[in-house]
Design a binder for this molecule. Sequence first.
Ligand code: UTP
Length: 296
Amino acid sequence: MRPLRTAIFPVAGLGTRFLPATKAQPKEMLTVIDKPLIQFAVEEAVSAGITRLIFVIGRTKRSIADHFDANPELDMLLRSKGKDKMADYLRAIVPPSCCCIYFRQAEALGLGHAVACAAPVIDADEPFAVLLADDLMDGTVPVLAQMAQQFESSGRSMLAVKEVAPSETGSYGIVDADLPPEGELSRVRGMVEKPAEGSAPSNLAVVGRYILDGRIMDMLKDQAPGSGGEVLLTDAISKLIDGPGVDAYRFKGHRYDCGSKIGFIEATMAHALAHPEYGAQTRSMMRALLDAEKSK
Ligand code: UTP
């Protein structure tokens, strides 16, 4: 097995939960304060040693490729105004050691199908990460870097998991595994997509960070669509579980579900409060808003 150097960013979903914002722009370009969600995910991947960034884009996704391209006119303009720091920052979003590859998913046929679009550049002995940028992950150590470190010794596919309330299992892939303490691995015995409350094998939900065995591409190739007509990544992961094995990793950090409006609001508030420049102002604005609410 080769070292982990490749990441796939499936960004071809329709984002129907975030309409109208996502009618003509990808949800992964929505910004928390001033940074698009996809840039958070790319920075997380780069911090984990990823050098090959593969984007699976859809119809409205040109802005993603534009965002990671050099922009010489803007660079010159910023430098002529003495804003070299911002120009340097923009240049470094994709470090020179990294390359970007783009695949197009012509139709949104599901996450499994989106991942399989990158199959032409993934060898069977090549592990790769999958990052769903609408899951914004905060961790003192970036979550994918935590996973990459574990993977170095385990060499096995890995799913980031978090505990959810029993009423929420129907919104996630749920693994059958014993709960390890934070930062530890546990072997996965099975995985079920969106089980109803009461029928879930555990309360450990898979969130948008995976490290997968390159052999999964072969498993995805001929996979029939599952429930809802989509090609599910879960079905192929189940084959990995029965074959070479898969671990669950309870990451250290917080996950914001930025594919939903309420999760996006939470992420924006948390990042605004923690912002070095705007944090104090945000705090007093929030207090004033809450006070005004109380006195209504
Ligand atoms: P979601 O389940 O959030 O679906 O996809 P969605 O279509 O993007 O959003 P909603 O549910 O309609 O609001 C999870 C991830 O998988 C990608 C999405 O871009 C997102 O990063 N995806 C999903 C694809 O790339 N292609 C697909 O066909 C489906």
